[in-house]
Write a protein that binds this ligand. Sequence first.
Ligand code: GLC
Length: 744
Amino acid sequence: MKRILYTISLGLAMVACSSGPQTNNSSVDQRVEDLLAKMTLEEKLGQLNQVSAMDNLEDMAAQIRMGRVGSILNGVGAARINVLQRVAVEETRLGIPILMSRDVIHGYKTIAPIPLGQAASFDLDAVQEAARIAAIEATTDGVRWTFSPMIDIARDARWGRIAEGYGEDTYLTTQMGVATIKGYQGDDLSDPTSIAACAKHFCGYGASEGGRDYNSANIPPRQLLDVYLPPFKAAAKAGAATFMTSFNEIDGVPSTANAYILKTQLRDEWHSDAMVVTDWASSAEMLAHGNCSDRADVAAQSINAGVDMEMVAETFIQNLPDLIKDGRVKMSTVDNAVRNVLRLKFRLGLFDNPYVDENKNVAYSPEFIEKTLKLTTESAILLKNDNKTLPFSSKVKTIALVGPMADAAYEQSGTWTFDGEAEHTITPLKALQSLEGVKVLYEPALTHCRDQKAAGIASAVAKAKQADVVVCVVGEEAIMSGEAHSLADINLYGKQKDLIEALSKTGKPLVTVIMAGRPLTIAKQIEESNALLYMFHPGTTGGTALADLLFGKAVPSGKTPVTFPYMVGQLPIYYNHKNTGRPAAGTELLIDQTPVGAGQTSLGCSSYWLDAGYGPLFPFGYGLSYTTFEYSNVKLSATELKVNDTLKVTFDLANTGEYDATEICQLYVRDLVGSVTRPVKELKGFKRVALKAGEKKQVEFELPISELAFTTLDMQNRVEPGDFKLWVAANSDDNSNEASFTVK
Ligand code: GLC
């Protein structure tokens, strides 16, 4: 086997190499056709094969020389990638470069909050900027394709992957997904700092029954069209370069063999020419699903349904030659898949510029840290702040900083953090210890979030008693959310609850900070704490953001991108639910108020739980500030509109408190009567509005009436005439500023 003679020298210049097709100046599609016409079947199938990086470079190079590799995932490092790319470009017949890929989910080196935390910022510009930073850092290491954004709608906090998406709302998820795609792909995919995005997991993965990962999703057609597909449709419109099929089935059809989503929707309806990749072995897993009889059947069903590239399962490369001979797969089908792969590679500029500049190092630059800190600070949600516990005044000289997440650099970055180094992470301990004039008494009390030993609580209590205030940082270790890490109970784990209870009894002002990958059931901890800040795993700058918020250098603005249940038994719970025929009034007798021997008729016959009422602990879109805001004077540009009109909604927003701050104003709409039942509310707009203390300004939302379309009884997507209500609101439970209009 030919040894690799190349020495990996840092001086490897970026050589504009065009050993591939010489028609550089023709259109991409022409270049694709020219190349495709030259390819053998074996070379074509190699392009449809994505392999996981091998530790041994020579073994990897051998696979490349055999033409078996179209893409590699999880191989990073400019020098390493250049060595492999040089084999592909200079040691294979057609010199087709390899597409190097990696899960860059919420940052590459500089780690931003997990996507659920980013969603809490409702700041599309900051989220786009975070994706741009991730793209610059990742492409410097040779990565040109990321498997992000994850735009699965998630209404069940038991599902570990709720951490990776943007929450329960279709509109917010859609906006966040598009912003992230723009950040990754930039204006020109061939720019060396651009990275191909991947809209995943296509589709309906977040509806996994019981919140148990990989479980069946039973999504009725209208819900699929109105709740789960829209973020992917918007991703297609935004030019997402790739889509990834999801592990789950929908009503018996695994997504990797689902022609309805991969062809009817993605190609026929949305006219996307994106490349479709399977999830990790999701093709071969259809043997376990039971809709495929053998690996040849897997390959046939997948590629015939619209899959282009197969991630690691290798059923394509092993079975397609015979399947083509047997006529079960047409050559034209294979050619189309290869076209989608080659087109992406041409668009990325890989043929003209396959090598990575090995002299660039931009990781953790001050600019990246500063921008990430802004997003991290905006992602924090203030859920309670009694008696203005926060921000700390200058009288606070000694802080007891306790809890297993107070100095847990690795855990603080959350799930899907592969390349960000923990030593660069600023933990609460590091941040508070760097403050002038503040004495920090530090006691983790528990060794980690799952610690079942309570022995350390006493020393935490002792330190609390010596301090002016207590900051207790708890939550989830990174491994407690993310893929395959769903929970049947979402209380704080281990002895964390005991720690907070003990601290609350000291009588010292207690600020609880929760760093987690999901909303947890924290009703008791809310009661026991004077203030509570929620930071969905905040990443590299989490400690600095916390310190800034605690001392008022920053004011919290984050709002819940997902409903916080009161009890796990309420799940799935979400704000844009249907009204049912017996909506709860909120006055129903709860289990402890119900008299012994109560007659059956005396109990409320409405939709609620005897032991939990019907409302959540915190609704979607909820978050406090250090100041207060007042909404007033809602005005509509018209009260009768046609489908092609745009409704202008104006209102006054006043900062009626003492701090300059930002409010995330929300616009909700309700379609009162439809040919099918309609949600009680739907988010149709949001704006971050900065106001100085005492300032008041007019805010405007524009609502195209066409955005009120939904899937009607006869399965058409259209706006139905009728009466509507709208609210400008501080959260999804705020009905204080209501208006009405009619669509003719
Ligand atoms: C994983 C995940 C997917 C990820 C892929 C590659 O199993 O489901 O989100 O992008 O494999 O790591």
